[in-house]
Design a protein around this ligand. Structure first.
Ligand SMILES: Cc1cc2nc3c(=O)[nH]c(=O)nc-3n(C[C@H](O)[C@H](O)[C@H](O)COP(=O)(O)O)c2cc1C
Length: 190
């Protein structure tokens, strides 16, 4: 079911995009999210995981968090970021029994993956893990987006895998879909 931000939330919406990307696929998706939000008159802050350590997520109403799947988990630097954040939020008392929602705080997680062996099942643990992080600190996780990305440097895994020929993914069309979905999230009512 599509879930959206109510239109009246859009003015002054504070949005941030945090991502990690080694070979550029997740970065492309982050940039598509940025274009989509900007087309809906929201100016997001865009940061890599390495740049985002000191940023308080509660300063933002809408946080997009993106990472690739590495051995069906988030890559080590992303795991480190999440673990550090959990420690910080636990010490601050933000992580409570029952994980009550903090009003107005929403997150969307996005995962790029090549799925060479078992397809999207290699990406779902990443989306669930990142979603759980946000849910634990009281964010409403609106969506998990899974986007196919070429396995750079491994032509066999980009042509012979479960998903077939994924060279060039995310494609222009994949990115246009992300852009549209990001814009719709802000512009369309529920
Ligand atoms: C070390 C490594 C491990 C990977 N493991 C997986 C995996 O288990 N499952 C999968 O679907 N894709 C896997 N991939 C493919 C990446 O998830 C995919 O290409 C992703 O889009 C790369 O994102 P990036 O270009 O932003 O770094 C792996 C890639 C690398 C480099």
């Amino acid at each position: 079911m599509a879930r959206t931000i109510e239109h009246h939330d859009a003015p002054g919406l504070r949005a941030m995009i945090v991502y990690w990307s080694a070979s550029g696929n997740t970065k492309k998706v982050a940039e598509a999210v940025q274009r989509g939000l900007m087309s809906a008159s929201v100016q997001p802050m865009v940061r890599t995981v390495a740049e985002a350590g000191g940023i308080d997520l509660y300063d933002y109403d809408l946080v997009f968090f993106g990472a690739p799947s590495y051995s069906f988990l988030p890559p080590e630097p992303v795991l480190r970021y999440v673990k550090e954040k959990i420690r910080h939020h636990r010490d601050r008392g933000d992580i409570k029994p029952g994980a009550p929602k903090v009003p107005g705080k929403r997150a969307i997680v996005f995962v790029t993956y090549s799925g060479p062996h078992t397809g999207i099942d290699e990406a779902i643990p990443v989306g669930k893990y990142l979603g759980q992080f946000f849910a634990h600190i009281g964010f409403d996780v609106l969506h998990e987006w899974y986007i196919v990305g070429e396995f750079h440097g491994r032509e066999d895994l980009s042509t012979l895998g479960r998903l077939g020929d994924i060279r060039g993914r995310p494609s222009i069309e994949d990115l246009a879909n992300v852009e549209r979905q990001a814009a719709e999230l802000v512009l369309k009512g529920p």
